[in-house]
Design a protein around this ligand. Structure first.
Ligand code: T3D
Length: 262
């Protein structure tokens, strides 16, 4: 894994905690932070000891998207498609394809790509004081990091367009009411709740949870028939897992299941 201090990482109780750490820039992405975060998610894919990921930010912000200090229009016309292809798209694919729960704790403002990365995670909690801003419209850009895909799916076209075209901030309670995130919680309990949730999921039947994530995501493009076939196939696979045997045995023996993630 990267040893850059732009992303702090720690593994405990099966939870890989990744903390964006450029607090003086509200954790905006520079190249170093991109590479460090990517390395964190690659580690989560490769290491079977990682059974859940918790993503959050250091300081008063979650993530302010791209570091605009790295973009100087006076130096010529940039190829932003190149940076999306090189950095943001691979990150989004790593998050979505990870067959382990990704919990996001939005500790403060989430703007631009920062907001859409939070919406791409599996379960997103936010501090009540946090705001979500589709800041792209303020600088002439288009929502990226999957925003044009996730926003209309999560909240419908009318709200998606209004957020994206106006760049108005959305408070955490409304984001939760609209279904953009799982829950808004008091600021001082955010990390406690997010850590407890991540730990609980990391102690769960990882294979079954991972396949559940895969199935729900596949539903976005599958027909009902395709989805029913997928459920059959995944259930077949889940039924062969050691965690399924343990879960049923624990139920029958009236004890707590001890899942191993296998
Ligand atoms: O370029 C490509 O590769 C294409 C990909 C684009 C992806 C994107 O994410 S585009 C969108 C980029 N992000 C933004 O446009 C958001 C810019 N930031 C803001 O609008 C505001 O900072 C916030 C609404 C997020 C927060 O406002 P506020 O008032 O709470 O804080 P602030 O005072 O504006 O910011 C605090 C500091 O963070 C400040 O630095 P200073 O003055 O104390 O030295 C500010 O410059 C810095 N900061 C905030 N966001 C960014 C940033 N520095 C660089 N880049 C940022 N995105």
């Amino acid at each position: 894994m990267s040893n850059s201090d732009t992303v702090l990482s720690a593994l405990a109780d099966g939870v890989l905690s990744l903390t964006l750490n450029r607090p003086d820039k509200l954790n905006a992405f520079n190249e170093e932070m991109h590479l460090a975060l990517r390395a964190g998610f690659q580690h989560a894919h490769a290491d079977e000891n990682v059974r859940a990921v918790l993503l959050t930010g250091a300081g008063r912000g979650f993530c302010a998207g791209q570091d605009l200090g790295d973009r100087d229009p006076k130096k010529g016309v940039p190829d932003l498609g190149q940076t999306i292809e090189t950095f943001y798209n691979p990150l989004l694919r790593l998050i979505r394809s990870l067959e382990k729960p990704v919990i996001c704790a939005v500790n403060g403002v989430a703007a631009g790509a920062g907001a859409n990365i939070a919406f791409a995670c599996d379960i997103t909690l936010a501090a009540r004081s946090a705001r979500f801003i589709q800041a792209f419209a303020k600088i002439g850009l288009v929502p990226d990091s999957g925003g044009t895909w996730s926003l209309p799916r999560l909240i419908g076209e009318a709200r998606a367009k209004a957020l994206a075209l106006t760049a108005e901030p959305l408070d955490a309670d409304t984001a939760a009411d609209w279904g953009l995130i799982w829950r808004a919680v008091d600021d001082d309990t955010l990390m406690e709740e997010a850590n407890a949730l991540a730990k609980r999921l990391a102690a769960g039947p990882t294979k079954g949870l991972g396949m559940t994530k895969r199935a729900i995501q596949a539903a976005a493009t599958n027909s009902l028939d395709q989805q029913l076939d997928l459920e059959r196939d995944l259930q077949r696979e889940a039924g062969r897992s050691a965690d399924y045997a343990e879960g049923v045995s624990a139920f029958l023996e009236k004890r707590k299941a001890e899942f191993k993630g296998r």
